[in-house]
Ligand binder design. Structure first.
Ligand code: DAH
Length: 357
């Protein structure tokens, strides 16, 4: 008997030591098999009971059962402790310091030309105009012919055109050409949207048409691509006064309420009469400076009453209706607004420059 008791004690001691050193579940399971498994140490002890005198058996039986219970409890404790340790380690590893500064991202902003365009669209939307669209690759018919600029019209010299080669047949009504290169072109202004819109719907028409236009030109105030907005209003009973009123409302909304406008007689084949429009120079308060060449005024756009020939050319009756139109360079408006004197700065897209605006 004392032998067996000693044996049980040393088994328990050994198991305790092993479990204390267990680093994970596989170790715990190995210990369980070793001590409590079918052929484990305690099971063997129980099987050896036959050799014990019958009088001692109940006592021994109780000793073994107690030992098994102790071991089971120990295994359970070890498992719980290991689980907690693992959880603790996970928490340590995934610890977040919410007080650390975040990673900052560089934040961009809209390009000054896009901002000017957005403002223009918004201002005209309030005046009841909607946005019309036209292609940048355009037929001669809409860019020139329908606007009172027939092939040999001297006014075509005002614009140096990028022509494109094409094998497509030009639309009906196109002027006869000397060569295949003279029908398709990069539009030189947004005015062809006037013709396209009027051909597509009856009056009244009240549109603005913003977009890219192209000319063979490059210096401090010209780039081969630039942006224009066309404005066209055709309806019964429109006069020069409506043109003035619209222009003045636009200039005040865009540049500020103190801005004044003035019209100077001019010439465009698609308007009659035509006028060039100046705005008072906000930067010098109209007193005159280098940018406005001492005049206090800046020329911003071309305008006029739609030429009756243009109206009849799109099937409208010029006896019944009249219209006014104007075209304005968006880049130029953005330059004036920000006091920039070199147009190319807007297109080089040097972020250090753009960030200052
Ligand atoms: N298309 C002209 C240009 O690019 C500008 C212009 C002038 C547009 C008078 C108009 C207008 O609609 O009526 O120079």
């Amino acid at each position: 008997m004392p032998d067996v008791i000693e044996q049980i004690d040393s088994l328990l001691a050994a198991a305790r030591a092993e479990l204390a050193a267990a680093a994970g579940e596989p170790h715990v399971e190995a210990a369980r098999v070793k001590y409590l498994g079918k052929s484990g140490s305690l099971s063997s002890l129980r099987k050896g009971m036959g050799a014990v005198p019958p009088a001692d058996r109940p006592k021994l039986g109780k000793l073994v059962t107690d030992a098994i219970a102790q071991l089971e409890a120990l295994l359970e404790q070890t498992r719980t402790a290991l689980g907690q340790r693992a959880l603790q380690q996970d928490l340590e590893r995934e610890k977040l310091d919410v007080t650390l500064p975040g990673r900052t991202r560089r934040r961009g902003h809209r390009h000054p030309v896009s901002r000017a365009l957005d403002d223009i669209i918004e201002i005209f939307a309030r005046l009841g105009f909607h946005v019309a669209d036209g292609p940048e690759i355009e037929w001669d018919l809409y860019n020139f012919e329908k606007l009172g600029l027939p092939r040999d019209h001297p006014a075509r010299d005002m614009q140096d055109t990028f022509y494109l080669e094409t094998r497509l047949p030009p639309p009906p009504g196109s002027p006869p050409t000397r060569g295949a290169q003279e029908q398709l072109l990069l539009r030189t202004h947004t005015s062809p949207v006037q013709a396209r819109t009027m051909l597509g719907q009856p009056p009244p028409v009240r549109i603005i048409a913003p977009g890219k236009v192209y000319r063979v030109d490059s210096d401090v105030t010209h780039t081969p691509m630039f942006h224009q907005v066309e404005c066209l209003h055709v309806e019964k009973g429109l006069s020069m006064a409506h043109l003035r009123g619209t222009l003045d409302a636009f200039a005040k909304a865009f540049f500020g309420p103190e801005i004044k406008t003035r019209l100077r007689p001019s010439y465009f084949p698609f308007t009659e009469p035509s006028a060039e429009v100046d705005v008072s120079h906000a930067l010098c308060g109209g007193k005159g400076c280098k940018i406005c060449k001492g005049t206090g005024w800046l020329e911003v756009l071309g305008s006029g009453m739609v030429n009756p020939d243009v109206l009849s050319g799109v099937g409208y009756d010029p006896e019944q209706i009249t219209g006014y139109a104007f075209g304005v360079g968006i880049d130029r408006l953005a330059m004036l607004r920000h006091g920039i004197d070199d147009l190319r700065l807007l297109f080089e897209n040097d972020v250090r420059f753009l960030e200052q605006l």
